[in-house]
Design a binder for this molecule. Structure first.
Ligand code: FPP
Length: 246
C-alpha cells in the first residue's frame, strides 16, 4: 500500500515526516522567460508560491522550514532585479505584520542582515518580535545568506570568545560551531528540496546539511504546488537514513 495517495486526506505518517525542510526556491527567472515576462515577474509569482507552500508545510505539521530568498551571491544580479526581490520581501513583511495574529508561525531571518536597507531590517526585527511567542512552525527566511559566510562568521565569533578568554581552543567542537550558526538551537534540515531541475546545493545550509536528504524536482518554483511538496514528503518517507551507520 502506498504511503501516500492524492485525494484522500493524504497524511504522511508522522514518524517519517521531516522535522526541518529547506527549500531552494529556484527557477523564477526561467519561468518568466518562458512567458516573455521580465524576471521580476517570476519572482513575484515565486513569492506567491512561497506563501502557499509555507502554509502547506505548517498544515502538514512541519516544525521548521528554511527558504532561500536571497544569497550572498545574488548581489551580482542587475540592480533592477535586486530591487524587485527586496520589494517583494518588504511587501511580505508588511503583510505578515498586518495579519500575523491569524497564523501560528514564528518567523526568523538567517543571513548577514547588516547590508540590507534599514527599513527592511526594522520590519524583520518587528516580524521576529511579534511572532516570538508563536508555537507552530518556525519559518527561517534566508536573506543575504551564504553557507560559507555563515561558517566564516561563526569562526570569527568563536575566535573572539577564545581571544577574550571565555572559551579554550579545545572546547571548539561541532556543537560549539553549531551554536554560532544562524540556525543555532534548531535541528538540522532533514530534507532539502530543489525545484527547477538543477542539481546543486548553491551554498545553502552547508554546515547543517551534512546528513540532509536532497530531493531535486523538475518543476520551476512558481509552478510548485502543495501536491509537489506532498510528493517530496512521500519520497522522503521512502528514504533509508543511516547517518553513516548501517
Ligand atoms: C532563484 O530563482 C530565486 C531567487 C534568487 C529569489 C527568490 C525570491 C523569491 C521567491 C521572492 C521573495 C521572497 C520572499 C520570502 C517574499 P532564479 O532567479 O535563479 O531563477 P532562474 O535560475 O530560472 O534564473
Amino acid at each position: 500500500m502506498p504511503l501516500f495517495r492524492k485525494k484522500t486526506p493524504d497524511v504522511v505518517p508522522p514518524a517519517v515526516l521531516p522535522e526541518h525542510i529547506g527549500i531552494i526556491m529556484d527557477g523564477n527567472g526561467r519561468w518568466a522567460k518562458k512567458r516573455g515576462l521580465p524576471r521580476r515577474a517570476g519572482h513575484g509569482y515565486g513569492a506567491q508560491t512561497f506563501r502557499t507552500i509555507a502554509k502547506h508545510c505548517e498544515k502538514r505539521g512541519i516544525r521548521y522550514l528554511t527558504v532561500y530568498a536571497f544569497s550572498t551571491e545574488n548581489w551580482k544580479r542587475p540592480q533592477e532585479e535586486i530591487n524587485a526581490i527586496m520589494n517583494l520581501l518588504r511587501d511580505y513583511l508588511k503583510e505578515s505584520l498586518a495579519d500575523f495574529r491569524s497564523e501560528n508561525i514564528r518567523t526568523r531571518f538567517v543571513g548577514n542582515l547588516d547590508p540590507l536597507a534599514a527599513d527592511i531590517r526594522e520590519l524583520m526585527r518587528e516580524a521576529e518580535e511579534v511572532t516570538r511567542e508563536k508555537t507552530g512552525m518556525v519559518l527561517n527566511i534566508a536573506v543575504n545568506y551564504g553557507g560559507r559566510e555563515e561558517i566564516a562568521q561563526a569562526a570569527r565569533r568563536l575566535a573572539r570568545e577564545v581571544g577574550e578568554g571565555r572559551l579554550s581552543p579545545e572546547e571548539i567542537d561541532e556543537q560549539a560551531l553549531s551554536s554560532f550558526m544562524y540556525t543555532a538551537g534548531q535541528p538540522d534540515p532533514d530534507l532539502i528540496l530543489r525545484p527547477s531541475g538543477e542539481y546543486r546545493t548553491s551554498n545553502f545550509l552547508l554546515w547543517q546539511s551534512a546528513y540532509a536528504e536532497y530531493v531535486y524536482m523538475d518543476i520551476l518554483w512558481p509552478d510548485f504546488k502543495p501536491a509537489d511538496l506532498d510528493a517530496a514528503l512521500a519520497e522522503y518517507a521512502r528514504r533509508n537514513r543511516r547517518f553513516g551507520g548501517v
